[in-house]
Write a protein that binds this ligand. Structure first.
Ligand code: IPE
Ligand code: IPE
Ligand code: MG
Length: 241
């Protein structure tokens, strides 16, 4: 399947990915779990490229959840260092491709200061870019995001009867971010795992058995193709046909 087979008038504006299955993929090859995370980098950048080529405007990827701190210390340390290293190695290339880098997630004491500095540098470097907005969800939890939004609203002293859906949406980590049109989860797990709970309310969900390290350009294009067969009603009824 190639790009030409897509309906260019129905490209999802925002795709969100749960990059799952790295560890199991590595184990199936007789490798340590961390090799799966390393292999996942290639998939990620193929997906970024394919998204740009397809005309997707927003791509959000789940890199580390608020629950992932439960993993063995070595794996957590690896993931933190690896994310930092990827940023360092890849930010110039993303910048050259006119990609705007952003982050969503909690900036609590568990996230090393150095990583926060790197994140801020990448955001600053690319903030005026006008191509793909590439958002990395790091130390991200959908419930934490809603809790953080509610705290800000309460801090502001907003009266209860003035709170509506827009009030909450405005206080999410990135108020500019449109809701995902398509959410993809790899590796045969059929759950959300606390990803973008508020934002996924009406997203099309696509689950594939392919583990993330085997996902890539063709798989993304196939996913967009599948998206284009879906009928989005948003609670309404079809008026055509
Ligand atoms: C996804 O792969 C990457 C992160 C959660 C950081 P996993 O590490 O969850 O791989 P599996 O699901 O255990 O195979
Ligand atoms: C979700 O995957 C988090 C990321 C991909 C970063 P997990 O592997 O952590 O989710 P569960 O534990 O299978 O639900
Ligand atoms: Mg997993």
């Amino acid at each position: 399947m190639d790009l030409d087979s897509l309906d260019s008038t129905r490209i999802p504006r925002h795709i969100a990915c749960v990059m799952d299955g790295n560890g199991r993929w590595a184990q199936s090859q007789g490798l340590p779990r961390t090799e799966g995370h390393k292999a996942g980098e290639h998939s990620l950048f193929e997906v970024v490229d394919a998204a740009i080529d397809a005309g997707v405007q927003w791509l959000t990827v789940y890199a580390f959840s608020t629950e992932n701190w439960k993993r063995p210390k070595d794996e957590v340390r690896f993931l933190i260092n690896f994310n930092e290293e990827i940023l360092l190695r890849r930010q110039d290339e993303l910048h050259a491709r006119n990609v705007r880098i952003r982050f969503v997630g909690r900036r609590d004491w568990r996230v090393p200061k150095r990583l926060i500095r790197r994140m801020d540098e990448s955001v600053e470097l690319t903030k005026n870019n006008t191509g793909l907005t590439f958002t990395i969800a790091f130390n991200y939890g959908g419930r934490a995001e809603i809790v953080d939004a509610v705290r800000r609203i309460v801090d502001r002293g907003t009266p209860a009867n003035k709170i509506n859906e827009k009030t909450i949406a405005r206080e999410l980590y990135d108020p500019d971010m449109p809701d995902p049109d398509l959410m993809i989860r790899t590796s045969g797990e059929y759950r959300i795992s606390n990803f973008l709970l508020w934002e996924l309310a009406y997203s099309e969900l696509l689950f594939t058995d392919t583990p993330w390290p085997e996902f890539g350009r063709d798989a993304l294009i196939a996913a967009i193709h599948e998206y284009q067969t879906r009928d989005r009603r948003f609670g309404g009824v079809d008026t055509e046909g």
